[in-house]
Write a protein that binds this ligand. Structure first.
Ligand SMILES: Nc1nc2c(ncn2[C@@H]2O[C@@H]3COP(=O)(O)O[C@H]4[C@@H](O)[C@H](n5cnc6c(=O)[nH]c(N)nc65)O[C@@H]4COP(=O)(O)O[C@H]3[C@H]2O)c(=O)[nH]1
Length: 817
């Protein structure tokens, strides 16, 4: 060190001071430095003197030095300032510089403040960090020294309360920020902390200076002195408004999920086994498993033997594809009971789009399914017998045909119709009728194979499908079995009932284009079986088909006949035996077909009944017959009754009585001159209704004759109740009356009975004088038949009435025995 001219004590100070001294010229060159300067910066004075002072100053602070010099040169004051100096070893020292202007020089006193700077910087950094934490976590710190009793708030606490940083409230001010509901709580907590040292951690509400309600978490801790006395309460206040809202929302979500009627489950996607991490209460209720039991397990424990593997596969595929899926799957409850689970599964993705979970929403739709199944069952089954109905039959028939075709087998269709079911139903009641139908269904089921189909086709009609027959003949045994089984007695409430069936059979190898035709064919065959005497079966043949097509063309022709009035009425006289007088005529319809010629009524009346065409035909017959009767009665041959055949359909039609009344009115015929001929069958079919209608006719004054008597099975007690005027004994009893004593006995019986009941008897079909003589002797009064006259057109009838042929007296005709 090269000291300048010594100045006594001042020099000593210069030499010994810990502060750095330096004298620089106005250009900034160092002129003098003290030993402290040299020591700190590691330079010798020689190395420094004459050099610019900035040599020892960090580059960042060169400007400060320049500015200082400029100000001093300009004669201005320079306040103390800090610069960074660099030692020869490049270490950094903070210097507090206090420059002053001398004569042509600048004196610089510098104090090393590196340590202070470090502490300051650290404090600053700590403060910064504290600020960052406060601002980002919205947490502020506070304390209350108990001897002072005044809270000290950090800036963040101020910000939370909506006051400017630096605000220092009194205890009352601080408590005053709390919402009314929270105030008692914070006071109690604070007092407990002060007095008993009980720490607290509370979520409370404050109202900020700008009137916002915030939710804050206030944590307070007691600080004790060496004696254990609480001297301070300190803690933090955190604005948790947002997180509280989120928490509330989460709670709401959780409560919603928990109170949902749908079962919910969440599985973790990260694990290969997709373990369940959450299930809600509804899941527990539906499945019967508790959440503890299912947590960590894969959902497959809900599956069972009836679970459709295709549905499981569909679920797996959706999970692999991380896509949504909706299935209805057969699941099992804890106790093993199955249920239908309507299940939606959706992937849950995180912010990065990664699937972290799958959420399942499920619903037990078993009841709905059962209801649907019941509906489907009801739609395809007969309610009374539980058998498939027509709709299901058609489907099975189509399937059967397809299988027969594919495997070259035979399919048989049996049309089973119960014989005389209707009278049983009508006379014994529907309860008995229903019992028989149910019993028949049961017996059919017992006689057939499980894969055969038995359907209820209509009232008392059943259709049986026998698919998969190797030979056509196999069906014969089945039909015989069915006929026998159905014919065995039925016992209902101790009474024996008997019923038989007629069966029509149609066969196919499945190649038929419209399978339903098989039912029609079997139906036709069944009708033939009925005609052949019932309790039998009949096979459908092409010949039968031909007859059916004839019927179809006949029906069309009949329609034309109605429209073109191709009908004519013939009249057959009815005679009084003793006097030989014509007492009436029977109107009999004739059809003159333009191409086919004469078609007898027996060939078309039945068909017209079946098709409903009988109604217009009957109307025409009635109107024509009444008109003719009116004319005949005007001829002066005495009263002549007009007998008209009434078809069952016509008779049973609502408005029948009205129609008769009207036709009488239009023709002007006296009602007692009209005689309606009804067969036993008509009256038996719906007895009570028939009796009512007959009473109506009687009130009108119209006569009624019971036609074809003896061919049906009228019970005498029933006959007694019928308001009729005459019985017509069927011609079948007349044919052999002379030779067959049974027929004679029947006629005797009928005549006697009719006499007792006050009924007239007319014998039909008298063809010979012998028959007439015999019957006349048996007290039959009235006759009709070829012996007297054949049915004839109106013109011939007029001539007949004008000069009726003489009839020999009955005694003279008697065979000489
Ligand atoms: N073998 C034989 N037959 C005799 C004798 N006397 C009369 N006949 C025939 O016996 C049938 C009597 O009519 P029915 O029993 O009411 O039987 C009638 C009746 O049930 C029905 N019918 C005829 N005309 C009508 C009608 O206008 N309306 C309705 N609903 N049915 C009718 O057609 C059936 C047949 O009529 P038809 O062929 O005209 O046959 C008539 C008649 O020609 C005889 O001595 N010997």
């Amino acid at each position: 060190m090269t000291p300048a001219a010594p100045h006594g004590q001042l020099d000593q100070f210069f030499l010994l001071s810990h502060d750095l001294f330096c004298c620089i010229d106005l250009d900034g060159r160092m002129l003098q430095v003290n030993p402290a300067f040299e020591n700190l910066l590691g330079y010798t004075a020689d190395e420094l003197l004459g050099k610019k002072a900035v040599k020892v100053i960090d580059k960042r602070d060169h400007a400060l030095i320049e500015a200082m010099l400029a100000r001093l040169v300009a004669g201005l004051e320079v306040a103390t300032f800090e610069v960074r100096a660099r030692s020869v070893a490049r270490s950094l020292h903070w210097l507090e510089v206090d420059p002053s202007r001398g004569d042509g020089v600048v004196y610089v006193v510098a104090r090393v403040v590196t340590e202070r700077k470090r502490v300051e910087e650290q404090l600053w950094r700590t403060q910064q960090l504290f600020e960052i934490v406060g601002e980002t976590a919205l947490i502020g710190g506070w304390y209350v020294d108990l001897d002072e009793g005044r809270p000290i708030w950090s800036d963040e606490v101020c910000r939370i309360h909506g006051v400017t940083p630096g605000y220092q409230p009194s205890y009352e001010d601080a408590v005053g920020f709390y919402a009314p509901a929270s105030k008692p709580r914070i006071k109690a907590c604070f007092v407990a902390c002060c007095e008993q040292g009980i720490d607290f951690d509370e979520a409370l509400e404050i109202i900020t200076r700008d009137h916002q309600t915030l939710c804050v978490r206030v944590i307070g801790k007691a600080v004790r002195d060496g004696d254990g006395n609480v001297i301070r309460v300190q803690g933090s206040t955190q604005d948790i408004t947002a997180s509280k809202a989120t928490e509330r929302q989460l709670q709401l979500l959780e409560r919603s999920v928990e109170s949902s009627t749908n079962g919910m489950l969440i599985v973790e996607a990260g694990h290969a086994d997709l373990p369940i991490v959450y299930v809600n209460t509804a899941f527990e209720r539906i499945t019967g498993y508790t959440r503890q039991e299912v947590r960590g397990r894969n959902c497959r424990f809900l599956q069972g033997e009836d679970t459709d593997p295709r549905t499981v596969k569909q679920l797996r595929q959706a999970i692999v594809a991380e896509s949504e899926v909706h299935v209805v799957i057969r699941n099992y409850r804890r106790g093993g009971a199955p249920f239908w689970n309507d299940l939606y599964i959706s992937p849950v993705r995180d912010e990065a789009g990664q699937v972290t979970h799958f959420i399942g929403v499920q619903n037990d739709i078993s009841e709905q399914r059962e209801y649907q199944a019941q509906l489907a069952y009801n739609a395809s089954h007969d309610a009374l017998t539980g058998l498939p109905n027509r709709m299901l039959l058609t489907q099975r028939l189509e399937q059967g045909c397809m299988l027969a075709r594919r495997y070259q087998r035979h399919l048989a269709v049996l049309f089973v119709d119960l014989d005389d079911f209707k009278p049983i139903n009508d006379t014994l009641g529907h309860e008995v009728g229903d019992f028989i139908l149910v019993e028949v269904a049961k017996r059919l089921e017992e006689e057939l194979r499980p894969w055969d189909t038995i359907a209820r086709f209509g009232g008392d009609e059943f259709v049986v499908l026998l698919p998969d027959l190797a030979h056509e003949n196999d069906v014969i045994q089945v039909v015989e079995r069915i006929l026998n089984r159905l014919a065995t007695p039925y016992w209902q409430r101790g009474s024996e009932l008997r019923i038989t069936a007629s069966i029509g059979v149609a066969m196919s190898d499945g190649t038929i284009s419209d399978p339903v035709q098989l039912i029609q064919q079997a139906d036709l065959a069944m009708y033939k079986a009925k005609r052949r005497g019932r309790n039998t079966c009949q096979w459908y043949t092409e010949d039968l088909n031909r007859k059916v097509s004839e019927r179809v063309s006949l029906r069309n022709a009949l329609q034309q006949a109605i429209e073109q009035e191709q009908f004519e009425l013939y009249f057959q006289p009815q005679m009084h035996g003793l006097s030989g007088r014509v007492i009436g005529v029977e109107a009999l319809i004739r059809w003159h077909h333009p191409e086919r010629g004469f078609i007898p009524p027996g060939d078309f009346i039945g068909l017209a009944e079946d098709t409903g065409q009988i109604i217009p035909v009957s109307d025409w017959v009635l109107a024509t017959a009444c008109r003719v009767a009116k004319q005949l009665n005007a001829l002066g041959h005495g009263p002549i009754t007009m007998a008209v055949n009434v078809s069952p359909m016509h008779f049973q039609r609502p408005g029948f009585l009205k129609a008769i009344e009207q036709v009488l009115e239009e023709s002007g015929l006296a009602p007692h001159l009209l005689e309606l001929e009804l067969t036993e069958g008509v009256l038996m079919d719906s007895a009570e209704q028939a009796i009512q209608a007959l009473q109506g006719l009687r009130q009108l004054g119209v006569h009624v004759a019971l036609d074809d008597f003896g061919t049906g099975f009228s019970s005498l007690s029933y006959l007694k109740r019928l308001p009729i005027n005459r019985i017509k004994i069927d011609r079948s009893f007349v044919r052999d009356v002379i030779t067959d004593r049974h027929d004679a006995a029947i006629i005797d019986g009928v005549v006697a009975m009719a006499g007792k009941m006050g009924l007239e008897v007319l014998v039909e079909g008298v063809e010979t004088a012998e028959q007439f003589g015999y019957l006349a002797q048996r007290r039959c009064d009235y006759f009709q038949g070829y012996y007297f006259a054949r049915p004839m057109p109106l013109s011939d009838l007029r001539a007949f009435l004008a000069s009726p042929p003489a009839i020999a007296a009955p005694e003279a005709l008697m065979p000489s025995s």
